[in-house]
Design a protein around this ligand. Sequence first.
Ligand SMILES: Nc1nc2c(ncn2[C@@H]2O[C@H](COP(=O)(O)OP(=O)(O)OP(=O)(O)O)[C@@H](O)[C@H]2O)c(=O)[nH]1
Ligand SMILES: [Mg+2]
Length: 294
Amino acid sequence: MRSGIVAIVGRPNVGKSSLLNALVGRKVSIVAPKPQTTRHRIQGVLHRPQGQVVFVDTPGLHRKAARALNRYMNEAAAGALQDIDLALFVVEAGRWTDEDQAVLERLKTATCPVALVVNKVDRLADKAGLLPEIGKLAEMHPYAFVVPLSAKSGDNLEALVKELFARVPEGPPLYPEGQVAGHDLSFTVAEMVREKLMRALAQELPYALTVQTDSLERSGTLLRASATIWVERENQKKIVIGEDGVMLKRVGGAARRELEYLIGGRVFLQLWVKVKENWTDDPQALKRFGYRNS
Ligand SMILES: Nc1nc2c(ncn2[C@@H]2O[C@H](COP(=O)(O)OP(=O)(O)OP(=O)(O)O)[C@@H](O)[C@H]2O)c(=O)[nH]1
Ligand SMILES: [Mg+2]
């Protein structure tokens, strides 16, 4: 049996979480079109007859980290590079930015081998440019291997899985058979609500909120959950609730439906909105809301 730990790193929005979900075959990490969606290290497990790969999805490494929440996210991502077998550096096909360069500089100091994943190849209008692009990217660092793929369509995903199992060491499984996510249902509920908020709310508001599950109660196939959406100001609370509660209903409905699909049972979800001023830059509040590195 083979087993190993593989961290998925890169700048925000390149498709790290999408890749994790595609690899493990289930949504264990939330995905949104906006950058800085993932805020924690998220583990997902790929089970195959030949062994197990534990992936660690990470927040996108970013440079303008003025607030304590952003510093936490960057630390969470950088901290994932320790004690692992391989780092997957994810970039977007046809797009190399200064932020990608900054991630590469950081990876050059890592002690683990680094492989390059060129994601979103489905978006390329001109596929003929891909091969020369890969050639150029491959020259930038002695990567363990380079795989172009699409996390969205699944194109070439198996090539990556094959490379991974060729590199992870022999060892006992790290997770019990059948367990795909490293976190519990309480975290899933909070993240699902946050994903729907990220998708429903415009501009900056998603960055000013966090979600905490307050209670979970399972009876048979029914799950009763209650969660609080924390924002920084009263006017943000108004927007999250919406006129006549329309926004909150929409977000709650979307989260409930996906949770029902996930657990294969009925979900009763109650949402509250509260204000904690300036929480994104308040170390005490961050800890209280579960943003703890160590
Ligand atoms: N066309 C296309 N879109 C993709 C692909 N992979 C991811 N996306 C989209 O890219 C956006 C960002 O995806 P995420 O998986 O959330 O990206 P991320 O790197 O985890 O982002 P952060 O958590 O913010 O760092 C979403 O809109 C995805 O649907 C892909 O292979 N092809
Ligand atoms: Mg992500």
